[in-house]
Design a protein around this ligand. Structure first.
Ligand SMILES: Cc1ncc(COP(=O)(O)O)c(C=O)c1O
Length: 355
């Protein structure tokens, strides 16, 4: 089954924008650029010139990192752009729907609203540490369910979807829906990437980001990994020159092995700090529950979330209140050891006041 057949008909028929040719050692009078190479920054490709239509070296480097072929990967402006591209490419406005677990990353819903695609939310199993409920996801599908987003590890709960469960979902929706596995936090967890399932499961697509474990949130760089056919189609939807030259060059440089080794060390540090912090926080009397986490954050439930948010903010420590979907629940990102000290001292004042 070619998954492209599930996309909007006009998108299936779309061809990529015919951008001005970019050929080395030529005089470029074909793109209405300025001949003035400015003095801002020191880049291999001067900023008076458009960036590459698609950053090929970066694409190859990310494909190596994410263990796929280059033609199975599209570089995107963070995985946020990939979510938007996918929903726009597959969902007919006012007709198709997108399935998500609840709670999960809110941007799936946000981009669904922009495309006027219904978002059907399927509760996770709260009593089972918010496990993603694959049976409920399968049962909630309609004939217009084009995309199922599975965030693993899930934001904000920290729970991963076991591979056997993912396989069940992929098989159940084999020729009817795209299953998008958002692996934004995978480096912090125990499950391996689903990338090796791509050949056998053409309805699988994977989102990766450089914003978390690789420490490049400010660069806005991510990727969709999918069948070459699907990537070809998404390539036609994405704007030409989507990735700016400074971003391309700085991320290309970061893909060197030395930088990657440093990022790996940083991930190990965050995992150790997460476990230490969770153990300390669990002992505060006002903390009712600390959920296990496979990400660089964890979720807690407290007696009075408003007060915790207020007291930590007074100490200039910002947490994320999830009260609107999970009463009295707060998500804590794991920072440096120094950051944890600040957080814990703010929480200690609450413990002393016997919240
Ligand atoms: C689950 C998940 N997916 C995707 C993103 C978007 O990341 P970015 O656009 O920075 O790649 C986030 C950001 O927090 C996230 O939590």
């Amino acid at each position: 089954m070619n998954i492209v057949k599930l996309a909007r008909p006009e998108i299936q028929a779309l061809t990529a924008y015919d951008a001005a040719a970019q050929v080395d050692d030529t005089i470029r009078l074909n793109a209405n650029e300025s001949p003035l190479s400015g003095s801002v920054g020191k880049f291999r490709r001067p900023l008076n010139r458009y960036p590459e239509v698609r950053p090929q070296r970066l694409q190859a480097a990310l494909a190596k990192r994410f263990e796929c072929r280059a033609d199975q990967l599209l570089v995107t402006r963070g995985s946020s752009e990939a979510i938007d591209l996918l929903i726009r490419a597959f969902c007919i406005a006012g007709v198709d729907n997108v399935l998500t677990s609840s709670p999960s990353f809110e941007m799936y819903r946000h981009f669904a609203i922009i495309q006027n695609a219904e978002n059907i939310q399927v509760p996770t199993l709260a009593e089972n540490d918010f496990a993603i409920d694959v049976d409920a996801l399968i049962n909630a599908c309609t004939s217009n369910t084009k995309i199922i987003f599975v965030c693993s590890p899930n934001n904000p709960t920290g729970a991963s979807l076991p591979r056997a469960e993912l396989l069940r979902l992929l098989d159940a929706r084999k020729s009817s829906s795209v299953v998008v596995v958002d692996e934004a936090y995978i480096e912090y967890g125990t499950e391996s990437s689903a990338v090796d399932l791509l050949e056998q499961h053409p309805n699988l697509m994977i989102l990766r980001t450089l914003s978390k474990a690789l420490g490049f949130a400010g660069a806005r760089c991510g990727a969709v990994v999918a069948s070459a056919d699907a990537i070809g189609m998404l390539n036609a939807v994405q704007a030409p020159y989507a990735l700016a030259t400074p971003v391309v060059e700085c991320v290309e440089d970061a893909m060197q092995s030395v930088q990657l080794a440093l990022a790996e060390q940083a991930v190990a540090g965050v995992i150790a700090e997460r476990e230490r912090l969770m153990a300390v926080i669990r002992d505060f009397s006002f903390v009712k529950k600390v959920w296990p986490s496979e990400a660089n954050f964890f979720l807690i439930r407290v007696d009075n979330a408003e007060l915790v948010m207020q007291r930590t903010a007074e100490q200039k420590v910002l947490l994320r209140d999830f009260g609107c979907s999970l009463p009295d629940c707060i998500r804590i990102s794991v920072g440096s050891h120094q950051d944890s000290k600040r957080l814990l001292s703010a929480l200690e004042t609450l413990a002393e006041a016997r919240l």
